[in-house]
Design a protein around this ligand. Sequence first.
Ligand SMILES: [Zn+2]
Length: 78
Amino acid sequence: MTNTRTCHICNKSLYNKRLDSKTCSASCRSKLFRANQVRSVLVRFRISSEAYIELTIKAFFAGQSISDYLAQLVVKQQ
Ligand SMILES: [Zn+2]
């Protein structure tokens, strides 16, 4: 496998692009920028204290706050 880099948006080869470029064109770059913008949603969970403790422990071992840990789990579902 070569280390051919491809556009993060449309997967076109970045053969002629600068090493640090992630996209092939200005339009892909703006799409990537929009995709990377952080959007936040405030969610309230109602869980048992056992589940809460389990989450606290998992978040602790992941080195994250509970809300960051939960946010990651939700994002991974997509
Ligand atoms: Zn592209």
